[in-house]
Design a protein. Structure first.
Length: 483
RNA sequence: GGUCCCGUAGCAAAGUGGCUAUGCAGAGCUCUGCAAAAGCUUUUACGGCGGUUCGAGUCCGUCCGGGACCUCCA
């Protein structure tokens, strides 16, 4: 099925056509590993996962997916320094070597990140690579040399900057985000660091080292420029090294349009001569209970926080799919409850299909076409789910004949390769430890009921309820489950 | 100051000028001694005011309200 996507470059939904037929090369901006990722971060990663799964399943593409790990930046340096209160006991002893401590610190949070996304149903095997920025320093240095030699960069006080005015004369800037250079808001932090640069809008490609900070050697035209890479350069270099240029899709949160992605385009084209990607896809932000997530409002959650509250990570995954990726997602606890119930309804339907044993024939192809059609249309999960629920509402799963049952299970298997929140199986035997005395009460109640002593029956049920269990009557007898 | 987005029923969320979105919740019904579970049925909308149109949630204007970004936040 053909896939259409909203492309921030053109501000339109366009038919996706890959550079290499049959292959989809996707680069996703990954986390900066200085802390546990919060659920706002998670939306970006879940969107990227959803997109690559739609390409894989609905588009039938051979997907090459890369998500970078930013393991060198101001915050990772700050928090891994000797004496940092962000250094945790689990990370071991600090060595005092800034590069080694940075590595220890970032690998700790990288492993936490991988644990988190795994719980959210993102599969590590779907990545062809999760490159660390620090392992691609030579490629970045090569790119920086190219940019300067092409006339779009300069060295100042040991740092290397991108010359934006030169670039704007030669090409264009503002492909993703229209920038009003003459009208930066007063008070906004324009001079973000102390280095010398020719214009406030120039950005750093390579930062000169500071005392006690990690650095890498950089030989450039006979000059020694020990330092570390700027923020944007890693994506330019790693995209080229791992996917080749141009690749097909670059993803990230809306906040990255400018400056990060805008600068990435400029750098790549200035250094390599081509723009990195033909499609740029950006997910909107997430709010919590209608407010921007912030620590001061007390609505700032990491995945770990939510799991501690007893929330199932897959309900978070499913809830985020109830809104289109380009609209602000309002994360609420009521929403998670609703998502859990909705997800369970589909799961129960699948269990029932598994045990179908009837004669009814249904048209599985038409529901597959309508649901996948919505996913192919700019990854429109809310519409796809509406189609799916419409189908579930009008279908009795248990009366299906063998052919329809097999077709439907095959469809759900495909669908779950996108959503990844269900079990395609028979209803599992739930084994719950019920205390002996509760079972005894339930048996007494059943006897009282058979004796038509309903007053006693009800009072026994009340006792069972007080113990935290629910007794349900069935045709053959009764069943006790934990509340 | 600049750039842009959004205001849809109790909550969430689709909606490409004309046809029941959907989910959760609510209500009613079926089943049941009563329940629970399940199934069926169903009530509530388009921020305000103008305009275009035979017809507007959908297009235009305006006002009100909320939000995002504007040099290292997904």
């Amino acid at each position: 099925m053909n896939i259409s996507l909203y492309n921030t470059l053109t501000k339109k939904v366009e038919l996706f056509t890959p550079v290499q037929p049959g292959h989809a090369k996707v680069y996703s901006c990954g986390p900066t590993v200085y802390n546990h990722a919060h659920i706002g971060n998670m939306r970006a990663f879940l969107f990227a996962d959803l997109l690559q799964r739609v390409l894989r399943v609905v588009g039938q593409y051979n997907v090459h997916w890369v998500m970078n790990i930013t393991d060198i930046d101001d915050k990772t340096i700050r928090d891994s320094k000797v004496g940092s209160d962000k250094w945790l006991a689990e990370m071991g002893e600090q060595s005092g070597n800034p590069n080694a401590d940075l590595s220890t610190f970032t690998k700790y949070y990288e492993s936490k990140f991988v644990e988190d996304i795994t719980k959210l149903g993102i599969e590590a095997t779907h990545f062809i690579s999760m490159p660390r920025a620090t392992e691609f320093i030579p490629a970045m240095q090569e790119l920086i040399r190219n940019i300067v030699r092409n006339g779009f960069g300069y060295v100042a006080e040991g740092s290397v900057y991108f010359n934006l005015n030169a670039w704007r004369d030669a090409d264009s800037y503002g492909k993703l985000f229209q920038v009003d250079f003459g009208n930066f808001r007063e008070g906004v932090r324009i001079d973000a660091d102390e280095y010398e640069r020719e214009s406030v809008s120039d950005f750093v490609l390579w930062k000169a080292t500071k005392d006690g900070e990690p650095y890498w050697d950089f030989e450039f035209d006979g000059e020694h420029l020990p330092g570390r890479p700027g923020w944007h350069i890693e994506c330019s270099a790693m995209g080229k090294e791992l996917l080749g240029l141009p690749f097909d899709i670059h993803t990230g949160g809306v906040d990255l349009r400018f400056p990060h992605h805008e600068d990435e385009i400029a750098q790549s084209k200035a250094g390599y001569g081509v723009e990195p990607a033909s499609f740029w896809c950006h997910n909107e932000f997430l709010e919590v209970e209608g407010k921007k997530m912030s620590k001061s409002l007390g609505n700032f959650f990491t995945l770990h926080d939510l799991l501690e509250k007893g929330i199932d990570a897959l309900d978070i995954r499913f809830a985020m799919m109830s809104a289109h990726y380009q609209s602000v997602f309002n994360f609420t606890f009521d929403g998670i409850t609703a998502a859990h119930k909705a997800r369970t309804r589909v799961q129960d339907f699948i269990y029932d299909v598994w045990s179908a044993n009837g004669t009814e024939h249904i048209d599985v192809q038409s529901v597959r076409t309508s649901v996948f059609g919505e996913l192919a249309n700019d990854v429109h999960t809310p519409k796809a789910l509406a189609q799916l629920f419409g189908f579930i509402n009008k279908t009795n799963p248990t009366t299906l004949n063998e052919q329809s049952k097999q077709e439907l299970l095959a469809f759900f298997t495909e669908l779950n390769n996108v959503f990844n929140v269900w079990q395609i199986s028979s209803r599992p035997e739930v084994i719950i430890e019920i205390p002996e005395d509760v079972i005894a009460l339930a048996q007494q109640r059943w006897q009282a009921k058979k004796d038509k002593n309903f007053a006693l029956s009800d009072s026994l049920r009340q006792q069972i309820t007080e113990r935290g269990y629910v007794v349900k009557d069935t045709k053959e007898g009764f069943e006790v489950v934990k509340e």
